[in-house]
Design a binder for this molecule. Structure first.
Ligand code: GLV
Length: 335
């Protein structure tokens, strides 16, 4: 039997791909540019599996153009690039990589909290531009405290929990909002459940950890910014369009909130002439939440294992639509 063809849609850490390469005919798109959609249709047409990065939109059109496709494994915890109900309809299980990136992403959320509060980018720029000799007074270069303030975490999944763990070290009061109250998180991290509006009103820092869906698109917009403290700082390491970016720009310009730390934007990549980048109180980094060597290796390994296991008829390490398994296209290839 010939080996099943699998496409890895961007250059990812090769350390995680050894087994996939052994059992499959693996191809990888190694160019820096995102693979154009028409090229995807050509290259994926006879594939059994996709190890997809989040720039690949997996929808009905793509699945119909790839009649052999039996498994999709996302190299990410988020899967808003994939039409999961359509994959389920076709009997295609969809994998993702939760857990392995939670601490690394929480580290970045905390980096953004600290960097916006202490104006790190602006201050570094002052040194580079030789402003330091002119701004040396005790009331120059002031930021705001992070320790002993109130952090609102919206979305208490595994990344939100890791942010809460870090906040404890800063003696922060932590409020959280989640679809379901999470009593185990309350006990483990000493966090308090609050309604969304209460979090917006009371928090000094708000960190977003929600998946993107129809319900969470523009979850934070003009009305929400009006509820926040004028001194509040918002941090988004989840998905750009959870925040209405035009409303964020206005809220920052009007002083309705004090700062924003964004790892994710809408659209991505953000253009270099975006007006948000002119505001010193906004820090934007290029979607690097999981971008450490160690974590990217763990993600590539988990995403590859999700494919190999499916092809062998074993459960994925993490599957977002287990109801797809065993129906339609998802019959195992290897016994
Ligand atoms: C990154 O954004 C991810 O969803 O893993």
């Amino acid at each position: 039997m010939s080996k099943p063809k699998i496409y890895v849609t961007r250059l990812i850490a090769p350390e995680g791909l050894t087994e996939l390469q052994q059992v499959c005919e693996m191809h990888m798109w190694e160019q820096k540019e995102i693979m154009p959609r028409d090229v995807q249709f050509q290259l994926f047409a006879d594939c059994k599996g996709l190890l997809a990065t989040t720039d690949i939109i997996v929808d009905r059109e793509l699945l119909e153009a790839c009649p052999n496709l039996q498994v999709v494994s996302n190299h990410a915890v988020g899967f808003d690039n994939i039409d999961v109900p359509v994959c389920t309809e076709f009997g295609i299980p969809v994998g993702n990589t939760p857990g392995v990136l939670s601490e690394t992403t929480a580290d970045l959320a905390f980096t953004l909290i600290l960097a916006t509060a202490r104006r790190v980018m602006e201050m570094a720029d002052r040194v580079k531009k030789d402003i330091w000799p002119k701004k040396t007074g005790m009331l120059d270069n002031l930021g705001t405290d992070v320790h002993h303030t109130t952090l609102g975490i919206i979305g208490m999944g595994s990344i939100g929990r890791e942010v809460a763990r870090r906040a404890a070290g800063f003696n922060m009061t932590v409020l959280y909002h989640n679809r379901r109250r999470d009593e185990s998180a309350e006990q483990e991290f000493d966090v308090m459940y609050a309604e969304r509006e209460d979090i917006l009103r009371q928090s000094d820092f708000i960190s977003l950890h929600l998946p993107l869906s129809h319900e969470t698109e523009h979850y934070i917009g003009a009305n929400e910014f009006k509820l926040m403290k004028r001194s509040a700082i918002i941090v988004n390491t989840a998905r750009g369009s959870i925040v209405d970016q035009a409303a964020l720009l206005e809220a920052l310009r009007n002083g309705e909130i004090a700062g924003a730390g964004l790892d994710v934007t809408d659209p991505e990549p953000m253009r270099g002439d975006d007006p948000l980048l002119d505001l010193p109180q906004a820090i934007v980094v290029p979607h690097i939440g999981s971008a450490t060597y160690q974590t990217r290796i763990r993600m590539s390994d988990m995403a590859a294992q999700n494919i190999v296991r499916t092809l062998c008829g074993k459960p994925m390490l993490s599957c977002v639509n287990p109801e797809a398994i065993g129906k339609g296209r998802s019959a195992p290839l290897f016994e």
